[in-house]
Design a protein around this ligand. Sequence first.
Ligand code: F6P
Length: 364
Amino acid sequence: MGAETIKRIGILTGGGDCPGLNAVIRAVAKSAMNGGLEVIGIADGYLGLIENRLQPLGWRDVSNILTLGGTILGSCNKANPSRYAVREGDRWVYHDVRDQVVEHYHQAKLDALVVIGGDGTMSGAHTLTDRGVKIIGVPKTIDNDLWGTDVTFGHDTAVATATDALDKIHTTAASHHRVMVVELMGRYAGWLALHAGLASGADVILIPEIPFDLEKVARRCIERRDVGKGFTIIAAGEGAMPVGGEAIVDHVVEDSPDPIRLGGVAKYVADRIEQMTDLDSRAIVLGHVQRGGTPTAFDRILATMFGHHAFELLEAGQFGRLVVQREGRFDSVELAEVADKVRTVPPDCPALQAARAVGTSFGD
Ligand code: F6P
């Protein structure tokens, strides 16, 4: 099916918000409208398709949003069409509501959907392609952990935000001769901690892919003190874990398809370092500040190019695919290939090797 038979498309943003979502919405909508297509905005990710909350997007709606953080459409990281949680009494019951979604899709006379999201959103998309919905995915996440693409939009902005925070923490660390353990997001992948740690010159970087030995982390802090560097900055990914241990869970969101929320590793490490050494330590959790703010120039360009490439796939009638960037080139992969996978930091990652080369400890 080519663009000549695609007359009306829907756009949704799913999962956690992230800088650059609006830039993609703008790029897809403007490319589509310039190609003579009608564009429908779907509110709050798949939830809007489940609850039938759709409305037309026009030129005015998508103007002046390139630099805006968040998403003008709203998002939701709970509504998975094939496993939608409904509260029944004191428990959650899971329903497959894909028929309802497909019905609303046809009611709105949509010919295709562009879904902008991370792994949860792409797994949801994959289950809808099985029902004949024509979908193109665009890879979003500050975590950079989507399988099939070298980069997701939003990550660069989150790295810049986290780097700025780590730079600012340096002054207190140095003035008070402290160990500062800064917890960064990223779930089960260490990209955000690795990249922000590298950019800010963190002395220790802890990532889920490399379990850490607390003795070695403490030794690095003492070694630094002994050579006259009275402070240590530790960038810890929220999924980092000690050797033989597990990632620390902060809480469980029962009605979410991905219910585990990580958190607490910074406090764990800071407390242990205080117990094992005579060094004053503090834990800082950056949290959702990493998802906010205006996208960097890099993310605006990437988001616009991803959005344009999504439109090119629509035109070519290539559905059930995720737009990706590999080795600097735009391409696409099948959603089936991406669903339910996580891209973690490989041992031969050049950024990891560069960090080791300049003396950064990974606690291993
Ligand atoms: O996937 C993006 C992300 O910000 C993760 O880095 C983090 O673990 C999670 O979402 C937090 O989710 P929530 O906004 O539901 O607390």
